[in-house]
Ligand binder design. Structure first.
Ligand code: AMP
Ligand code: MG
Length: 488
């Protein structure tokens, strides 16, 4: 594998060249005193980047965007978006830049993108900056998602800028460097559609098809095939979130990718006690993006994508709408299948157990978990112990022992496989109190807790002695009042 030192990194600009209407050439703001806070060495190696070179002053210049390689063409990307249901035709990267595309040793193109790199013409009232805490949070949670096997943008580095950022207080500023298979969003298509330029919309769709290798060779309608591939990827993604208890918090159409990667870790959090109405974001007052609404929100966003693509589906509007509706009707069955396959695996049940039996067990279990406020994550690990004969650890979580014992007997009769359960049910997730603790320490200058937590989360399924604290639910006084903040 060829390993290039950072200053000789080559960055492509296929997005900017193909879609100049969506790409505003722009530069990062100077960082007075760049200091590396986190570097993802395994990811760097996988991209063919030399981690040692990224640590040099030139490497840091690249990671904050002030020293880009010759030929690079950094741009702020234009996109629109429905935010909490209301449409804004022009959002775009207000504090982010696409530095360019890396070609990894595997030949695949990946965006190298910065967040917190200064104001762009899309900044509206924002300062274009980001604070250390939220950028480390995105770094940590995205990498945790990756370790859980959930599609996501990846975190390459966080560099403190040496510049203060004004929020409620003055905070140290930082830039996150992230990597994604692309930054095409539902909102990108909404922007192109709103422009009224169908040729641009078609060029964007063709670019997405090529960039993401959508199989269109045998498709009757290549744009419908693109839509169906996004729909399938999102149905699978959101089911994965639900299985692991992830609440994204701000599922606006500008935060939903075409690739099916999770993007934009703002007010996200992991559910602790199982409760379908869990919502953490301080600005999500109506609970639009609460845990149980996430599949509906995804379907709603996909309907917005279909609307944006209508002119490409068919010349005749009625025909285009019929095609869109036909495709959209596949979301629920796809989501339901991904969810029930995932629940079957979480419960360690063999594939010959009848679908309806699994569904009944799941429904009854979720009611028990909710009624007794049982921790969503540790429950399934304890249940695996019950599969191996030790039911007490799981029973201890319930007040309604009559109800749980009855459920346990039905489940055990089906022959669950405890070892298989431990391979799909994580022990370590980015619990909110641990994340907060790590970010508070990092903001105050101590990276120890952040690094320790990142190391734990890199292997979420492997129980290690001494890490009990990381597997335990939040202390009672933490959970109820915890809120996350957007736009930070
Ligand atoms: P988000 O919901 O965090 O994905 O952001 C929504 C929009 O607000 C995007 O257009 C962002 O670029 C923009 N934005 C968020 N924070 C800032 C900021 N501090 N400065 C400028 N733009 C921002
Ligand atoms: Mg966003």
């Amino acid at each position: 594998m060829s390993v290039l030192p950072a200053p000789t990194v080559r960055l492509g600009d296929s997005f900017a060249r193909t879609l100049p209407e969506l790409a505003l050439p722009w530069q990062a703001e100077a960082a007075p005193e760049p200091r590396l806070l986190a570097l993802n060495e395994p990811l760097a190696a996988g991209l063919g980047l030399d981690a040692a070179a990224l640590r040099t002053p030139e490497g840091l210049q690249l990671l904050v965007g002030t020293g880009v390689p010759d030929g690079a063409n950094p741009v702020a990307q234009a996109y629109a978006g429905h935010q909490f249901g209301g449409f804004t035709p022009r959002l775009g990267d207000g504090r982010a830049l696409l530095l360019g595309e890396l070609t990894g040793p595997d030949g695949a193109l990946r965006d190298l993108h910065l967040k917190g790199s200064g104001r762009t013409p899309f900044a509206r009232g924002g300062d274009g900056l980001a604070a250390v805490g939220p950028m480390l949070r995105e770094y940590l949670v995205a990498e945790a998602m990756h370790a859980l096997g959930i599609p996501t943008t990846r975190s390459l580095a966080v560099v403190a800028t040496g510049r203060a950022v004004r929020r409620e207080t003055l905070l140290p500023g930082a830039v996150l460097a992230r990597v994604a298979s692309s930054h095409l969003r539902v909102g990108t298509f909404q922007y192109a559609r709103t422009s009224g330029d169908d040729a641009l919309l078609r060029r964007l769709a063709d670019y997405a098809i090529e960039r993401h290798g959508v199989p269109v060779a045998d498709a009757e309608n290549r744009y419908l095939a693109l839509f169906e591939s996004v729909l399938a990827a999102q149905a699978s993604l959101v089911a994965r979130w639900m299985l692991v208890g992830f609440v994204h918090g701000v599922m606006n159409t500008d935060n939903m990718t075409i690739s099916g990667e999770t993007i934009d870790y703002g007010p996200c959090a992991f559910m602790e006690a199982f409760d379908p109405d869990t919502v953490y974001s301080s600005i999500d007052e109506g609970g639009r993006y609460r845990y149980r609404n996430q599949p509906l929100a995804a379907e709603w966003n996909l309907a917005r994508l279909a609307e944006a693509l209508l002119p490409l589906f068919a010349e005749d509007t009625q025909e285009a709408i019929a095609l869109a509706e036909g495709a959209l009707s596949r979301f629920r069955p796809l989501y339901d299948a991904a969810w029930s396959d995932g629940m079957r695996a979480k419960l360690g049940l063999p594939s010959d157990v009848d679908e309806a039996v699994v569904a009944g067990l799941v429904e009854d279990l979720l009611a028990l978990l909710q009624a007794d406020h049982v921790d969503h994550t540790s429950f399934y690990r304890r249940l695996a112990e019950a599969a191996r004969g030790a039911a007490e650890p799981a029973r201890l979580l319930f007040l309604d022992l009559v109800g749980f014992d009855a459920w346990l007997a039905r489940w055990r009769a089906l022959g669950p496989d405890g070892a298989a359960m431990d391979r799909v049910n994580p022990l370590y997730i980015p619990r909110n109190h641990l994340v907060e603790e790590a970010l508070d320490a990092a903001t105050a200058g101590d990276l120890g807790p952040f690094e320790a937590l990142a190391a734990v989360l890199a292997a979420p399924f492997d129980e290690r002695p001494g890490l009990e604290r990381y597997a335990a639910p939040a202390p009672q006084d933490f959970g109820a009042t915890f809120r996350t903040f957007c736009g930070t």
